[in-house]
Design a protein around this ligand. Structure first.
Ligand code: NPW
Ligand code: K
Length: 511
């Protein structure tokens, strides 16, 4: 399913009317009716319901006028609140219709807003702002939104909760907290990213008659199962371990032995042929939770950190690898930097860089240019903080617009970027996918190491970087969601996400 920015939606709307010839009022009529339909479906009989509809001056308000007209057929207690008569031409048509019908239309002012608190509405429809919100919400608008949020009514937002930026999901000053949001054609970015997605309540996507062909060039999609390439998960019977690749996990230190185990465990559990773990010997040999399938490559260490000299002694084994997973728990040492430089100069195999690999990359000009020039496929898996270090910006700037941050990293290194958060973004700088699976039970140290292991195994099974990233992110969060069916967000552990991959793979392959 596509996800649209406000600009894209506006262009599509414009084409639908100017080029295809569908009048704007027809689209508005359809939009308003869809909202009514949803209310009717939820409540059934609306006869005794007290309903308020708040309509702004743009077309979002026009949708609200249409919804009001249908609601008037069902209830005698429908009240329409407007911010002024100066509305868009299409909205004006439907405002006039309401006037002709003798509907109760009140212009909002301080007094009217105060009186709202005495009225106990059952249903509120929010048609204040849609994709046309351009600045922070203040004054009367703010007061009305605060009233809506304080009311006990069931709140429907038209297109997007008013106050949510449709391009980022951020709150512009104040925003409606809806129970349900009915959006049109495709979701807007703000319907999908946090906190906007949370404020939407249940999100309903409705077709209002805009030809789908108009969205053909949109590059952003929700990561649904339909977007996954499952081809290489099928195995022909006459195959052997060599067909599924050898992954070298370069990870771990005295300080973070678990990171390397989680990464390597996830890798073997996700289908790679062989997994070699290059790590300080003393930290992993005795680790209780290590799968015995992992082949240990003890690397000489100093103060618990793998050394460059020690790493080079493993050259013979390194040469046999098909994929390298680099960084989990290595620490940000000079040795880590030297090892990454060595890999990028001497190998041409797919690489996944995570955690301390990203941290040393952020500090090194040499690594920046080596990675840019590295020709084999590369996947970077930063969380917001790591992304901000790489981009040299504030973490808030990444959070404000994660899609742009992921695109920037992807373009800068000609790589696939997996920008991890509650809504992980995957991009190869052309296409963007937003993951909507997963839960806060994944917000724990070790989750990222697991993802690195899964994505490396996908590369070793022959996927290109984008397909590998999509599958790995999907499986990782699906596994956590399945766990949540019988556990809580507190008790889900990254190691259990690995264990539970059995069911996640089955659901992806068989359902
Ligand atoms: N086009 C189509 O074909 C279809 C569109 N559809 C519907 O239209 C919606 C988009 O409509 P829209 O573009 O008119 O914008 P909308 O969100 O109603 O608001 C714009 C108004 O708000 C104002 N304003 C902005 N920020 C403000 C602030 N902070 N504080 C105060 N005012 C502020 C802004 O004022 P201005 O910035 O011009 O001063 C302007 O007056 C879309 O979401 C969907 O619901 C459907 O009917 C299907 C067909
Ligand atoms: K709205």
């Amino acid at each position: 399913m596509y996800v649209l920015t406000s600009q894209q939606m506006k262009e599509i709307d414009k084409k639908a009317t100017a080029e295809i010839g569908i009048p704007e009022v027809v689209l508005m009529e359809n939009a308003g009716f869809c909202v009514f339909e949803e209310i009717k479906k939820d409540f059934g009989c609306l006869k005794d319901k007290k309903i308020a509809i708040f309509c702004g001056k743009g077309n979002n308000g026009g949708d609200g006028f249409v919804t009001a007209r249908y609601l008037l057929e069902e209830s005698k207690d429908v009240h329409i609140f407007i911010f002024g008569e100066e509305v868009t031409p299409s909205s004006k048509v439907f405002l006039q219709v309401l006037k002709n019908l003798g509907a109760d239309i009140q212009k909002l002012n301080e007094e009217v807003i105060t009186s709202l608190y005495q009225k106990k509405f059952d249903i509120v429809v929010d048609g204040i702002f849609g994709i046309g919100l351009t600045r922070d919400v203040e004054g009367l608008y703010k007061q009305v939104i605060e009233y809506i949020n304080s009311s006990k009514a069931y709140v429907y937002s038209i297109d997007i909760p008013s106050g949510v930026c449709s391009d980022t999901g951020k709150i512009k000053g104040v925003a409606v907290k809806a129970n349900k949001t009915i959006t049109f054609m495709y979701p807007k970015v703000g319907n999908i990213l946090y906190p906007g997605t949370h404020l939407c309540g249940k999100l309903i996507v409705k077709d209002i008659g805009i030809p789908k062909v108009l969205a053909e060039n949109v590059n952003t999609k929700v990561l649904t199962k339909e977007e996954l390439n499952l081809e290489k998960l099928y195995r022909y019977p006459d195959t052997h371990k060599g067909d599924y690749g050898k992954v070298g996990v370069v990870a771990g230190s005295k300080f973070f032995p678990g990171a390397s185990i989680l990464c390597a465990n996830a890798c073997v559990k996700s289908g790679c042929g062989l997994c070699f773990l290059f790590s300080p010997a003393e930290n992993v040999v005795t680790h209780n939770f290590r799968y015995p399938e992992i082949i240990l490559m003890p690397v000489e260490s100093k103060d618990g950190i793998v050394t460059f000299e020690g790493f080079k002694k493993k050259e013979e084994f390194l040469q046999k690898l098909d994929v390298i997973a680099f960084g989990c728990g290595l620490t940000q040492s000079e040795e880590t930097e030297k090892i990454l430089i060595h890999i990028l100069k001497n190998f041409q195999i797919p690489i996944v860089i995570d955690a301390d690999g990203l941290n040393v990359l952020a500090k090194s000009e040499e690594l920046h240019s080596l990675l840019r020039e590295y020709e084999a496929c590369k996947i970077l898996t930063p969380h917001y903080k790591e992304a901000s270090r790489i981009l040299g910006c504030d973490v808030d700037d990444v959070a404000k617009n994660p899609i742009d941050a992921a695109l920037e990293i992807s373009k800068r290194f000609d790589c696939v970027c997996i920008l991890k958060s509650a809504r992980t973004i995957i991009t190869d700088s052309h296409k963007v996918f937003i993951n909507v699976l997963g839960n806060p039970g994944m917000a724990k140290g070790g989750s990222g190491d697991v993802l690195t292991g899964i994505v490396s195994a996908m590369l070793s099974q022959g996927y290109d970087a984008l397909d590998a990233a999509k599958l790995a992110v999907y499986l990782h969060s699906l596994s956590a969601d399945i766990l949540l069916e019988r556990k809580t967000v507190q008790t889900i552990l990254p190691s259990e996400i690995i264990e539970n991959l059995d069911i996640a793979f089955r659901r992806v392959i068989e359902d």
